[in-house]
Design a protein around this ligand. Structure first.
Ligand code: HEM
Length: 395
């Protein structure tokens, strides 16, 4: 059966997500795979169907060119490649992102968190979303790429432009053109930066990539530049969402907050539960290589699919009582980083940033109170836009 329905408009993450989750729950029960005419995409809502899509790359492709207008941002953009090209490039790039490689970076992240808080908390109240959640991952990616203060401002302008882009239809030509326009400055900047590192290597990722070999060849300048931009696009606003949502969730659940404060070994589990409860990336995209039946519906070849991570992470078939924020949840097969060959390359780094940031906040402030929060009303990111907190320092 091929069903094309026009469901009600998807509510944004406002009212603490209540209307969104009521609607998703109804759809998971009645139409778990459907064609969303407003988004011009098929949507997949159940956890098991999401895992099936992510596990079957030969049917569900990341190569979007068939359904989207031509894009420049392809070479070196891991998230747009299928095997075998994806496997070779990911093998090379992932060397810099293993827990072993990132372990020593933990103390550097801690210094970055402390530096940020030193600048803002003497007022007793600050905006954790803008001052810490936005700033920390930007500083971390800047250090990974080895860009200076001027480069950091270029990165910032690129992220800020992404925040203004929101679309109903991810295959819309105007949307893609605007996104590429917003990337022009950073692509030019990073091209110069890569050339400079080729001439004068330093101890940063770009210098390593410039000299790395894959299948007996060096990466091209375009591959290096596009991968670097991908790190910013994939790693900045997403981690911002995790950091802000973590503080918002703990504020809404004071019992969980008290338990984490009393037993720091709960921090990693608490971070996992935040990722389940409020996945920073609401949807992941794929394109069908052939006709396929999913959730009782036949999706034709060459169709765009959006897998709702927000819905899969609250699927009552995968989680008992999904609306409960439970930092003891085990197992917790949350899909915020997806699953399979494209699973987020920066997942260890994002978890490390969240863990270190929460530890520093708990060490530094014996108590804090969230005094205001509002959220981005953007369908590509779930994150607090403003989260003011009043903090108490140790005497
Ligand atoms: C909480 C923070 C983060 C979240 C929620 C997140 C989420 C995601 C998601 C949903 C994908 C798409 C996977 C797919 O299509 O199946 C992805 C891919 C990716 N992420 Fe992350 N991400 C986060 C942080 C980071 C960071 C810090 C970095 C690096 C600095 C990063 C780098 C990447 C890369 C390179 C990919 C492409 C992987 C591939 O296609 O093989 N991410 N991430």
């Amino acid at each position: 059966m091929t069903s094309k329905t026009a469901p009600p408009r998807r509510p944004f993450h406002v009212d603490r997500g209540e209307s969104l989750h009521a609607w998703l729950r109804h759809m998971r029960d009645h139409e778990p795979v459907y064609f969303d005419t407003t988004m011009n995409s098929w949507r997949v809502l159940r956890h098991a169907d999401a895992v099936r899509v992510f596990s079957d790359w030969s049917t569900f492709s990341n190569d979007m060119h068939r359904v989207m207008p031509a894009q420049e941002f392809i070479d070196g953009n891991l998230s747009a490649l299928d095997p075998p090209a994806h496997k070779n490039l990911r093998g090379l790039l992932s060397q810099g992102f293993t827990p072993r490689m990132l372990g020593p970076f933990g103390s550097r992240i801690e210094s970055l968190v402390v530096e940020i808080l030193d600048q803002v908390d003497d007022r007793g109240e600050f905006d954790l979303a803008a001052d810490l959640a936005y700033q920390l991952p930007l500083n971390v990616i800047s250090e990974l790429l080895g860009v200076d203060r001027e480069g950091r401002e270029v990165l910032r302008r690129c992220s800020d432009a992404q925040l203004t882009l929101s679309t109903d239809d991810p295959t819309d030509g105007a949307f893609i053109q605007n996104r590429e326009e917003a990337m022009r400055e950073i692509l030019d900047y990073l091209r110069e930066h890569a050339r400079e590192r080729r001439a004068r290597p330093r101890d940063d990722m770009i210098s390593r990539l410039v000299h790395a070999e894959m299948d007996g060849r060096r990466l091209t300048e375009t591959e290096i530049v596009n991968f670097s931009v991908l790190l910013l696009l994939a790693g900045h606003l997403t981690t911002m969402g995790l950091l802000g949502s973590m503080v918002a969730c703990l504020d809404e659940h004071p019992d969980a907050m008290a338990q984490v404060r009393a037993d720091r070994s709960l921090v990693p589990n608490a971070v996992e539960e935040v990722l389940r409860y409020l996945p920073p990336v609401p949807d992941a995209g794929r394109v069908t290589n052939r006709d396929v039946t999913l959730g009782g519906v036949t999706i034709p070849a060459d169709q765009f699919i959006l897998i709702s991570l927000t819905s899969a992470n609250w699927d009552e078939r995968a989680y008992p009582d999904p609306a409960r924020f439970d930092i003891h949840r085990k197992p917790n097969p949350q899909l915020a980083f997806t699953h399979g060959i494209h699973v987020c390359l920066g997942a260890h780094l994002a978890r490390l940033e969240a863990k270190v940031a929460l530890d520093v906040l708990l060490d530094r402030y014996p108590a804090w109170e969230v005094t205001g929060v509002d959220w981005y009303e953007n369908n590509t990111i779930c994150a607090p836009r403003r989260l003011t907190i009043a903090v108490e320092r140790h005497g």
